[in-house]
Design a protein around this ligand. Structure first.
Ligand code: CTP
Ligand code: CA
Length: 223
């Protein structure tokens, strides 16, 4: 498809997407992570790419890879690495979509040796990571658009709207784990988009690829 040609709707636009989980080391052999597959972020990257955008993906550790070699792929492991890559790439970005499931906490101390099994219980002290999206929200210039995701299991709308405002976003995509067909590792999803303007859009259950195309078309309608 790289050779067949792409649509032109997003030609000339730089799009930055974060995707996948992060891994936070405990010791040389263990880490804390989450169930994100990266699928939604990759689908969004491909949808933008197929409409002509210059696409960069900052990708946590994942098995999935995009189909198109023209997508600029920046692999990272930890929240700290994802933060550094996002801060570096953000100034050049016209549209930034933060779809990654960034760890909220990391081990405060990383053991340089493998932790040996001793007592019956083990406590690992954790410290907060930087909220990358909120940081980008403070750096956003007027021509830049910033979109977040919200993963919720209760009080979904209240939490999503709070994140939209608190992180200075143009829109937030709400993923509710309560919705059937929505969740980790599935090829389908069901999302709602809340815009800063107050407008909202509900996307019924469908494949992540189709949702991504519809999201990208929705974003285009704002321009
Ligand atoms: N996010 C981020 N950096 C973090 C944590 C989250 O950039 N350290 C981004 C995610 O990529 C997502 C948005 O913030 O776009 C919301 O993530 P979510 O986990 O739903 O919300 P949190 O603000 O982390 O709050 P909580 O997990 O307590 O619901
Ligand atoms: Ca979180």
């Amino acid at each position: 498809v790289d050779k067949i040609g792409r649509g032109g709707k997003w030609q000339g636009k730089n799009v930055l997407i974060s995707a996948g989980p992060t891994q936070e080391a405990i010791d040389p052999v263990r880490y804390i992570s989450n169930h994100s597959s990266g699928k939604m972020g990759i689908s969004i990257a491909e949808a933008f790419y197929l409409q002509g955008a210059n696409v960069t993906v900052i990708a946590g550790p994942m098995a999935l890879k995009p189909t198109f070699s023209g997508i600029h792929w920046i692999p990272v492991v930890s929240a700290k690495e994802m933060e550094e890559a996002c801060l570096r790439e953000f100034p050049e970005s016209d549209w930034t979509i933060m779809a990654a499931a960034v760890a909220d906490y990391r081990p405060a101390q990383v053991s340089s040796e493998k932790i040996k099994k001793k007592e019956n219980t083990l406590e690992i002290g954790l410290e907060k990571t930087t909220d990358i999206l909120a940081t980008l929200g403070t750096q956003k210039r007027s021509h830049q658009k910033l979109i977040g995701f919200a993963l919720e299991t209760e009080n979904e709308e209240v939490h999503a709207l709070d994140k939209l405002n608190r992180k200075n976003l143009d829109a937030i995509v709400l993923n509710s784990l309560k919705d059937p067909g929505a969740g980790f590792g599935l090829d389908t999803n069901q999302v709602q988009v809340f815009q800063k303007s107050g407008e909202r859009h509900a996307f019924s259950l469908k494949s992540k690829d189709v949702i991504a195309q519809e999201l990208v078309d929705l974003f285009h309608s704002w321009k």
